[in-house]
Design a protein around this ligand. Structure first.
Ligand code: ZN
Length: 137
């Protein structure tokens, strides 16, 4: 079951350039930065009323974020992430409804979470992430 919007993923060319906008212009506080090797990105997190903003900077030209920035050089909203109480059954439900999956199984994402993505071709153009805290951690 999906329980809430966990975060919005926002692609940026540079965290060092984008973070000051969120801090100085919007007055938000960067909670933490983290590198996610599996996605070849560096991330910076902000919390807004229980929903997070996840800024994403590519660490390699093969990063999915680097590919997004080739098409959208100014950056932009890259994905929406829903919290689910069971990502695997959520994937099966989506697959059963005819949705194309990017990940057949959840993998380790940022913030100690298990994550998996649905293909934007099946989600009306919105790259969709499902996530939940890892069990026991
Ligand atoms: Zn995300």
């Amino acid at each position: 079951m999906i329980t809430k919007i966990d975060h919005l993923g926002i692609a940026v060319q540079s965290l060092d350039q984008a973070v000051p906008y969120y801090e100085k212009a919007l007055g938000l506080k960067c909670e933490r930065r983290e590198e996610v090797a599996s996605q070849k990105v560096r991330t910076a997190f902000f919390s807004v009323g229980g929903v997070h903003l996840e800024l994403l900077e590519p660490t390699s030209p093969e990063s999915p974020i680097a590919k997004y920035l080739e098409k959208n050089p100014a950056g932009g909203i890259h994905h929406i992430a829903f919290s689910s109480d069971d990502v695997e059954s959520q994937l099966r439900q989506a697959s059963g409804a005819g949705v194309k999956l990017i990940n057949e199984e959840p993998f380790d994402g940022a913030g100690g979470k298990l994550v998996a993505f649905l293909h934007p071709k099946s989600t009306f153009g919105v790259l969709t992430e499902l996530c939940m805290p890892k069990k026991g951690g």
